[in-house]
Design a protein around this ligand. Structure first.
Ligand code: VGL
Ligand code: ZN
Length: 211
């Protein structure tokens, strides 16, 4: 059992947006299944943070921004390797909106990320250069948070990177397994799981979360 302590725990709901759900531009298989899990947990936390992938048109992570490249190709960027994606979560587009059934009203904070056209940002804490902060660490610390529960899309990208950064920043981290779905590109899910386990991330089902 993972018992919620509202004074020190926050729930981070990662990228539950139309483009990552069936019918979206970068649809994660069964992605909309996480909405019900998120909705059941959100009211049980005092401190809820939502993240929103939020790219300008022509973003560097889009394959369409690189002549001769196709979605899911990998290229080298100044900050390291970058997987290229279909255009997705363009600022102000319907695809960038939260899933219409996600209950967002009680969230205290929405962290938008990936808005710098030259850097991708999977993590809720740092852009992919691993040095540009979003400010989330300061926010959580200021609020007295020492442990984060994470769920959302996708397990092997934004949930994975957010969870690893949470650990690096000294937060305990619990990933809600039934609240996540993966893209799973070339073994990315297995790598993400191994990484998170090595970083002493705790895995729990939403059923095992107690008040
Ligand atoms: C994500 C790929 C590109 C994610 C965002 O939310 O996991 N993946 N942008
Ligand atoms: Zn993105």
């Amino acid at each position: 059992m993972q018992k919620i302590d509202p004074s020190r725990d926050a729930l981070i709901v990662v990228d539950i947006q139309n483009d990552f759900c069936p019918g979206g531009a970068l649809a994660v298989s069964d992605g909309d299944a996480v909405v019900a899990v998120a909705n059941a947990l959100i009211p049980r936390f005092t401190n809820v943070v939502l993240t929103q992938d939020w790219h300008p048109a022509g973003h560097t992570s889009f394959a369409s921004s690189h002549a001769g490249q196709a979605p899911f190709d990998r290229i080298d960027m100044s900050y390291g390797g970058q997987t290229l994606w279909p255009d997705h979560c363009v600022q102000g587009s319907n695809g960038a909106e939260f899933h219409r059934d996600l209950v967002t009203n009680s969230a205290h904070l929405v962290i938008r990320k990936g808005y710098d056209s030259a850097i991708d940002s999977y993590s809720a804490f740092y852009e992919n250069d691993q040095t540009t902060p979003t400010g989330l660490t300061g926010y959580l610390r200021t609020c007295g948070i020492s442990r984060v529960f994470l769920l959302g899309l996708a397990t092997d990208y934004c949930v994975h990177y957010s969870t690893m950064d949470a650990r690096k920043e000294g937060f305990d981290a619990i990933v809600i397994e039934d609240g996540c779905r993966a893209i799973d590109l070339d073994g990315s899910l297995a790598r993400a799981m191994a990484d998170m386990k090595a970083a002493e991330v705790i895995f729990s089902t939403s059923e095992q979360v107690a008040d």
